[in-house]
Design a protein around this ligand. Structure first.
Ligand code: JB2
Length: 213
């Protein structure tokens, strides 16, 4: 753990928080000092104390904890809380695993999680609060929208557009230039060869729209 670096609070204390805490420690810049969670019962996550619910956040800011990361897998909740903490005055940091290979020309927004083994290729654009999960591959010129989540092991070929709040399940893939719409869900193991509309649940090989959400 980095002691003496800028202090960071983590919103959330579940599975995603654990992964994020480990990544932030491995980046060696920030010291993770507190988690907040909807369940405020005192406990620790990887040695980090859960200090209470999100109502504690203004007090953490007053104590000089200026940096924050929203570590919640729920896309809509992550986006909403992210914008709220921003308006409170926190600085949103990124959690980018040192084992990720990220092109120097890729744009990474704020509050973004990039897990171990990820590859982000040239001119990709990863927008605020996105999650690029373990071993996902994002090729050239892809755009991952605000608070979208690309699941573990998913492979996106070049120029794929993933909409705001979309979720792509584990081990999926998408061929070059396809679009996955805002708020769409692509089920695990799917192969996207045609555009998926906004708010559609699509699944299969090739991925077909099953229903609208
Ligand atoms: O409004 C909230 C809130 N709502 C739920 N504020 C805060 N601070 N915390 C909230 N929570 C808390 O999120 C719950 O009390 C619970 O402790 C936590 C969710 O934990 P869970 O392990 O169920 O999910 P996760 O969001 O940490 O991780 C999910 O997403 C990841 C990307 C899981 O599906 C993981 O497997 C996945 N890797």
């Amino acid at each position: 753990m980095m002691a003496g670096g800028p202090k960071v609070a983590i919103v959330g204390a579940g599975g995603h928080a654990k992964v994020v805490i480990e990544i932030i420690r491995s980046q060696g810049i920030h010291e993770v000092v507190a988690c907040t969670d909807m369940d405020p019962s005192p406990r620790q996550v990887l040695g980090v104390p859960v200090v209470g619910s999100d109502e504690c956040l203004p007090s953490l800011l007053n104590q000089g904890i200026r940096c924050i990361f929203i570590a919640l897998g729920d896309n809509a909740l992550r986006l909403r809380l992210g914008r709220q903490v921003e308006s409170l005055g926190f600085d949103l940091i990124n959690a980018v695993s040192p084992s990720a290979v990220v092109s120097a020309s890729a744009r990474i927004g704020r509050g973004v999680a990039v897990m171990a083994g990820v590859v982000i290729n040239v001119d990709a654009d990863i927008q605020d609060f996105a999650i690029v999960n373990t071993r996902a591959s994002i090729d050239h010129d892809c755009q991952i929208g605000e608070a979208a989540h690309v699941g573990p092991g998913t492979t996106l070929a070049g120029r794929v557009q993933v909409g705001r709040l979309a979720f792509i399940g584990t081990g999926s893939s998408a061929i070059p230039g396809t679009t996955i719409g805002n708020g769409a869900i692509v089920g695990a193991g799917s192969v996207v060869i045609r555009d998926i509309p906004d708010c559609a649940f699509a699944y299969g090989c090739p991925a077909k729209v099953i229903r609208m959400l």
